[in-house]
Design a protein around this ligand. Structure first.
Ligand SMILES: N[C@@H](CCC(=O)N[C@@H](CS)C(=O)NCC(=O)O)C(=O)O
Ligand SMILES: *[C@@H]1O[C@H](CO)[C@@H](O)[C@H](O)[C@H]1NC(C)=O
Length: 217
């Protein structure tokens, strides 16, 4: 049976990276189709007409959009290392935290970065991140997923590498070690997981990106 897997994406996107991590965790062979977001391909517009965003996974011709939907799809179709818990309640909790990260944490952190660490924006980012810090403390585990990474860890990819790159590029502090010891420890462990390490862009590329995009002239 044909099992053709393509991933439309751009390098350096934390959302695309979520899909890449899931593919690497499951050891799936795939073709990366590099998109130019300033000149989107006809395929991308056809596959994701609603958002016109990457990532889009195309499995045997069937397109799937939205990074978290893609990660769940990969987990369901390919056996091997599980990404979601089996237990219904634990699965619901994992989906809840992934949603918190997308709806609450990432927008707040992004605003703190875009504002160059403006006080009020940073305070709001801290408030959002505190929920994740507490969750790690309550779980008392290495990852949100326990001993191994799960959907929640993959959702938080941006916090593990991109935030540090933005801090370095702009000379700001959003995710401080003394305020968020658990998240900092999580971040170190996470980027050192083999499947994650193999999927991340070089940090210096992200630093350059943030300098160009948000740096003062
Ligand atoms: N909620 C989406 C977000 C994806 C997203 O924001 N992708 C960006 C690249 S990082 C994009 O394709 N932007 C193109 C555009 O907005 O025109 C997901 O999780 O997949
Ligand atoms: C946009 O992409 C198409 C191919 O998808 C290419 O033929 C065209 O030259 C590109 N335009 C620009 C301005 O880069």
């Amino acid at each position: 049976m044909a099992n053709e897997v393509k991933l439309h994406g751009v390098t350096g996107s934390p959302f695309v990276c979520r899909a890449v991590i899931a593919l690497n965790l499951k050891e799936i062979k795939y073709e990366f189709v590099a998109e130019d977001l300033s000149n989107k391909s006809a395929d991308l517009l056809k596959y994701n007409p609603v958002y016109k965003k990457v990532p889009v996974l195309v499995h045997n011709g069937n397109p799937i959009s939205e990074s978290l939907v893609i990660v769940e799809y990969i987990d369901e179709v390919w056996k091997g290392v599980p990404i979601l818990p089996q237990d219904a309640y634990e699965k619901a909790q994992a989906r809840f935290w992934a949603k918190v990260i997308d709806d609450k944490c990432l927008p707040a952190v992004f605003k703190a970065i875009a504002s160059h660490g403006e006080e009020q924006a940073v305070a709001e980012a801290h408030e959002a991140l505190q929920f994740l810090e507490n969750e790690l403390k309550v779980k008392g585990s290495k990852f949100f997923g326990g001993d191994n990474i799960n959907l929640v860890d993959i959702s938080a990819t941006f916090l593990a590498l991109w935030v540090g790159a933005a801090e370095e590029a702009l000379g700001i502090e959003v995710l401080s070690k003394h305020k968020f010891p658990k998240l900092t420890e999580w971040s170190d462990n996470y980027v050192n997981c083999q499947a994650v390490k193999d999927s991340l862009p070089p940090k210096e590329n992200l630093v350059a990106f943030f300098k160009k995009r948000f740096g003062k002239a």
